[in-house]
Design a protein. Structure first.
Length: 164
């Protein structure tokens, strides 16, 4: 039995809205701290906006880690490099296709009504390194795997994995 282990860590792009909310909450926290001696209610507002800024910052730094081991692809979500949460586990036996997101191999899947789940970097680069995986006919998973990950998946399911 061949146990191949590959892991890949990708950082998702921060959205502009998340950055703006974090900056606004930090500015409001500072302003409420400066005015809390004149207005006692400002202390409660400063604590509320400070907690809001903490959580906005926590949820804006997102990384995804892909782990491949024994015909299973596990996706973990890492928040602010401190909290890890297992998001999904995909068995490669139930995978239908895995190819670059704009590949012609995925043309037969384009007209399906599927749930789209994005665990990629969140932006289209040149060349686009994102891949789409159709899983059990109802889910389209978008990933940004490394070359080692693609090679390991291709060794397990050569008729389902394409790298054009």
């Amino acid at each position: 039995m061949s146990d191949t282990y590959v892991e890949c860590l990708v950082q998702a792009k921060k959205s502009g809205a998340a950055k703006a909310v974090t900056v606004i909450l930090i500015v409001l926290t500072v302003l409420f701290c400066l005015t809390m001696f004149m207005f006692p209610i400002a202390m409660l507002l400063a604590m509320g906006t400070g907690v809001g800024a903490y959580f906005a910052n926590l949820y804006s730094h997102v990384e995804y880690e892909y782990l491949y081991l024994d015909k299973e692809l596990v996706v973990d979500k890492i928040l602010a490099q401190s909290r890890r949460k297992r998001v999904a586990t995909y068995s490669l036996d139930r995978m239908e296709a895995f190819a670059p997101i704009n590949s012609w191999h995925l043309d037969s899947f384009k007209n399906r009504n599927v749930k789209i789940v994005d665990y990629s970097i969140g932006q289209e680069l040149q060349p686009d390194g994102r891949y789409a995986m159709y899983y059990e006919g109802g889910v389209k998973v978008i990933l940004s795997p490394s070359e080692d990950m693609i090679k390991a998946l291709k060794n397990v399911a050569p008729r389902k994995v394409f790298n054009d």
